[in-house]
Design a protein around this ligand. Structure first.
Ligand code: SF4
Length: 350
C-alpha cells in the first residue's frame, strides 16, 4: 500500500554511542561487573531520569565500556494531554514514543521494534516494513526518558511486541526489578495482534501484566485483508490462545475492535463477536480509526458504535467505547511513523 508522507520535522541528524547499553543489564549482570572502584554506583542509579547524569555515573560507565543512553530526543511535540517524542537511534533510524498525562500519573506508550512487519492497513507504523528489533535497553530507556511520573506502560507504539518476544520480556523484567525502577507489572499492558506462538509462551510466564489483542475482524478473510502479516494466524487460534492466557492468569483479556464502516461493522459481525466472547473472560474495547495520511478508511458513525456496544452488553460481554489520546499531534493509535534520524517518515518499499 502506498502512502503520502506526513510533514517532515526539521531536526538534526544524531550521533550516538554504540557501546553496550547499561540499560540492557539485569541486576545480576550489574552485580557481575564486580567492584566499582569506590564509585558507590547502585543498580538504581542506572535509571536516573535526569538529563545531566552525575559525573561519577558517567565515569563508572566509561570504565566498564558502557553507554548510559542510546536514544537522542530530537523533537518533542506537545498536544492537549499528550506529547510525542522522536528518538534517534545509533543506526540512523528513529522511533516515536508517546507520553499521555492522566490525573494520577503518566502513561508511556513505547515502541518495541524499528518498523513493523505486519503492515496493518489502518496503521502508519508498518508502512515501511520491519528494520530491526529494539533491544531491551532501548525499550527501557524510552520509559526512563519520559520521567518519574510514568506509572503505566503500554506496548502500543511502533512494532509488534510478540515479534520481539525475548527483548520485550527482558525489558519488562528489567523495569520491574526491585532494585531498579520496581515498576509494578500490573501497570504494564502488552498490546499485540496475537501471534499464537508468542501467546502460548506468554501464558507460561509468571507476569501479572495486562494483555490486549488487536482483533479487528470476525472472519479469517476479513482479518487477513486488514492485517496482511497475520494471514497465516488462524483467528480462532488467536482468540483461543488469548482466552487460555486469561484463564491461566485469572484475568480478563481485552480484545480491541476497530470498527471500520463497510468492512467489519455489519449485523453479522456483531453476531459473530457475541458468539466468540459470550461467557468468556474477555472484554471488548470498540474504537474508531485514527486517520493516517495516504490510507483510505473511514471513521465509523456513533450510531454503529452504539449498536455494537448495546449488542455486546446484552450478550453479557463487558464492553466500552475507547477514544485514544494524541490525535491533535498525530500520536494516537496507528498514527506513529517509522522515521530516519533526520525526522523523515519512511514509506513502503517500492
Ligand atoms: S497495528 Fe501494530 S502490528 Fe499492525 S502495523 Fe501497526 S504496529 Fe504493526
Amino acid at each position: 500500500m502506498s502512502a503520502s508522507l506526513p510533514a517532515t520535522p526539521a531536526v538534526a541528524s544524531a550521533r550516538l554511542p554504540s557501546a553496550p547499553h547499561a540499560l540492557d543489564l539485569t541486576a545480576q549482570a550489574f552485580d557481575a561487573l564486580g567492584s566499582d572502584g569506590g564509585a558507590a554506583i547502585t543498580y538504581r542509579d542506572l535509571f536516573s531520569p535526569h538529563a545531566d547524569l552525575p559525573r561519577r555515573l558517567r565515569a563508572w560507565a566509561q570504565d566498564h565500556g558502557l553507554s548510559l543512553r542510546r536514544l537522542e530526543a530530537i523533537t518533542r511535540e506537545r498536544g492537549g494531554r499528550s506529547e510525542k517524542l522522536l528518538f534517534a537511534l545509533p543506526d540512523g533510524m528513529a522511533i516515536e514514543t508517546v507520553l499521555i498525562r492522566r490525573r494520577d500519573g503518566h502513561t508511556a506508550c513505547v515502541s518495541s521494534q524499528v518498523g513493523c512487519a505486519f503492515a496493518c492497513r489502518f496503521c502508519a507504523s508498518g508502512q515501511a516494513g520491519l528494520k530491526r528489533n529494539l533491544s531491551a535497553g532501548e525499550i527501557v530507556e524510552q520509559v526512563v526518558r519520559l520521567g518519574p511520573r510514568v506509572n503505566r506502560i503500554v506496548f502500543m507504539g511502533i512494532g509488534e511486541p510478540l515479534n520481539n518476544y525475548d527483548n520485550v520480556l527482558a525489558a519488562i523484567r528489567i523495569l520491574r526489578e526491585r532494585r531498579g525502577l520496581a515498576f509494578p507489572t500490573t501497570g504494564i499492558t502488552l498490546s499485540t495482534i496475537g501471534i499464537p506462538k508468542g501467546l502460548k509462551a506468554l501464558r507460561e510466564e509468571h507476569l501479572a501484566i495486562n494483555l490486549t489483542i488487536s482483533l479487528h475482524a470476525t472472519t479469517q478473510n476479513q482479518r487477513a485483508a486488514l492485517i496482511p502479516g497475520a494471514r497465516k494466524h488462524d483467528i480462532g487460534e488467536v482468540v483461543a490462545r488469548a482466552l487460555s492466557w486469561a484463564h491461566r492468569h485469572n484475568r480478563l483479556v481485552t480484545f480491541v475492535y476497530l470498527v471500520l464502516p463497510g468492512i467489519n461493522d455489519s449485523p453479522a459481525d456483531l453476531d459473530r463477536l457475541e458468539a466468540m466472547f459470550a461467557g468468556t473472560p474477555a472484554r471488548i474495547n470498540l474504537m474508531r480509526w485514527n486517520p493516517v495520511d495516504g490510507v483510505r478508511l473511514g471513521r465509523t458513525p456513533d450510531s454503529t458504535l452504539s449498536a455494537f456496544r448495546e449488542g455486546l452488553a446484552r450478550a453479557g460481554i463487558p464492553v466500552a467505547v475507547r477514544d485514544t489520546q494524541g490525535r491533535d499531534i498525530t500520536a494516537a493509535c496507528g498514527q506513529l511513523w517509522l522515521r530516519d534520524s533526520a525526522g523523515r517518515a519512511l514509506a513502503a518499499p517500492a
